[in-house]
Design a protein around this ligand. Sequence first.
Ligand code: 4NP
Length: 160
Amino acid sequence: MADKKKVLFICLGNICRSPIAEAVFLKTIADNGVADKWEVDSAAIGGWHVGKNPDHRALSTMEKHNLPYDNRARQIKKTDFEHYHYIFGMDKENMSDLKRLAPGGSKAKQLMLGDFDSDAPGKIIRDPYYDEGADGFEQCYVQCVRCCAGFLAKVQKGQV
Ligand code: 4NP
């Protein structure tokens, strides 16, 4: 069997957006019957929340949409840039951080998840961490659903 495709979702803390993106992508590949062809993980730019579960609002949003999640926050490491084929950031700051952290000659394609949004390509996935309620998390979920579907479709057509 061909090697698995490997994708890593990144955000600043790995407790809000990238866990949601990871859970949504796992569901997307399962629904498309290709779960066994992918390795999926998420990680943080910063180390503040390493070892923690996602923020309670992210977990509630995942529960609401029947997305199982059982991963803990970790920080991105140099070898991720060699191991993964695709590394996704959520906003422009994530993208410049990835560029700064990537060792020379890295294999991974660094992509912004919002660029795969069929409704509004190029839109960032805004950080909902400092919001008072869960609306920003729901918005993140909705964007991730469209972006993950858009990304998988492009991979399957050999366009990315
Ligand atoms: P995330 O949100 O990057 O979507 O996980 C954040 C979580 C924590 C912090 C910032 C953003 N923080 O500064 O602790």
